[in-house]
Design a protein around this ligand. Structure first.
Ligand SMILES: *Cc1c(COP(=O)(O)O)cnc(C)c1O
Length: 370
């Protein structure tokens, strides 16, 4: 057992609840001998595209590869600048870097997503694309980002790793740009039993390119069309994901209920900046991949919660991308992101979390600030 009164994730609990469905699914796949790119993966792709509201989805090995292949498929490379945020996983910028393009990092707003004004201010004659990240289950302000991108003729690729099921103005995360990328890492909204990812798109060209790039550049007749990679989604993972996709809306509703409970319990504390609360009517349907707050005395609060048996996390181990000198992007001046990383803390958030556990966290936080 983990030893935490309130752990950060609930993988064991999840497995207990799903054991018979998962074992039956794995048995079906193995009995059929269907291991690589078989019917189960095609079915899952159809269902993901339907779920997001795009024409196509392609299963890939993880979201890092989904991003990398999307950047390449969109024709971006050497000499091209791609604007993204620094408050994201290193994978977002790595995907741009490995395609040969240059990541340009901009600041976030109070919702912890890309600040559209900062995006517009960073555009240069070399800018070819923007890569907004829909962090913590909330879509970036895509009305403004799409408007700015269109005005400047920029390609839009979405990092929707944390946002499967989120909508903005009724449209699904991942369906705004030319490509949207999802992660099925176990702790994500829809988790595999290991790694997995997907690219969604309405574009025939992107679909064809990603399909080729994910499988060694092999054309349908087996000949090699270009140098490429192996970024396939394993069939057994696809089959598991297809079963779990049917449960996703229920899990996301539970995450929203937990967020509402944190909001009700913590809103009176001036020492905390909470994320925007879930709303029933409005532009944003947020799915709370994480519950990320900014807190005064963050280090002491974190230590107090640990003592009290509450497991918390700092995003990306506590460093934004421009704060990792090894990546060579440290000369970027991002005051809002710097402030955020001095204060940020993520509270436990997963569908199996009980109301009593949420209340326990809320009470300990009140105790700390008293
Ligand atoms: C998890 C994550 C990724 C990478 O996903 P993998 O499937 O682990 O490669 C990329 N971007 C963001 C914002 C993420 O949270």
């Amino acid at each position: 057992m983990s030893g935490w009164t309130v752990p950060y994730v609930g993988f064991r609990q999840q497995y207990q609840e799903q054991q018979s469905d998962l074992l039956r699914t794995i048995d079906e796949v193995l009995t059929g001998g269907d291991l690589i790119m078989r019917q189960q993966m095609l079915d899952f792709e159809t269902h993901v595209a339907e779920y997001v509201g795009t024409r196509y989805a392609l299963g890939v090995s993880n979201c890092t590869d989904a991003l990398h292949l999307s950047v390449r498929a969109a024709g971006l490379g050497a000499g091209d600048e791609v604007i993204t945020v620094s408050h994201t996983f290193v994978a977002t910028a790595a995907a741009i870097h490995h395609a040969g393009a240059t990541p340009v990092l901009v600041d976030v707003g109070d919702d912890h997503n890309m600040d559209p004004d900062a995006f517009e201010a960073a555009i240069t004659p070399r800018t070819r694309a923007v890569l907004p990240v829909h962090l913590n289950g909330r879509i970036s302000d895509m009305r403004r980002i799409m408007e700015i991108a269109e005005r400047h003729g920029l390609t839009v690729i979405e990092d929707a790793a944390q946002a499967l099921g989120a909508t903005f103005e009724g449209k699904g995360a991942g369906s705004f740009g030319v490509a949207g990328c999802f992660s099925f890492y176990p702790a994500k909204l829809l988790g595999a039993l290991g790694d997995g990812g997907a690219v969604v798109t309405d574009s025939d060209e992107i679909r064809e390119r990603v399909n080729l790039l994910r499988n060694h550049g092999r054309l349908p007749d087996g000949t090699i069309g270009e140098w490429s990679f192996n970024c396939r989604l394993d069939n057994v993972q696809a089959a598991i994901l297809d079963v779990r996709l049917g449960w996703l809306d229920g899990w996301n509703r539970r995450r929203r209920a937990i967020a509402a409970r944190y909001q009700a319990g913590l809103a009176d504390l001036d020492a905390l900046l909470l994320p925007p609360p879930p709303v029933e009517e409005g532009d944003y349907y947020d799915v709370f991949q994480n519950y990320e707050v900014e807190a005064e005395d963050r280090d002491a609060l974190e230590a107090y919660l640990r003592e009290q048996g509450v497991e918390t996390m700092r995003p990306w181990g506590g460093k934004a991308i421009h704060q990792s000198p090894a990546l060579g992007l440290s000369d970027t001046h991002l005051p809002r992101t710097d402030l955020l990383f001095d204060r940020v803390l993520m509270l436990p958030m997963f569908p199996e979390l009980a109301d009593e556990q949420v209340d326990y966290v809320v009470d300990r936080i009140h105790e700390f600030y008293r």
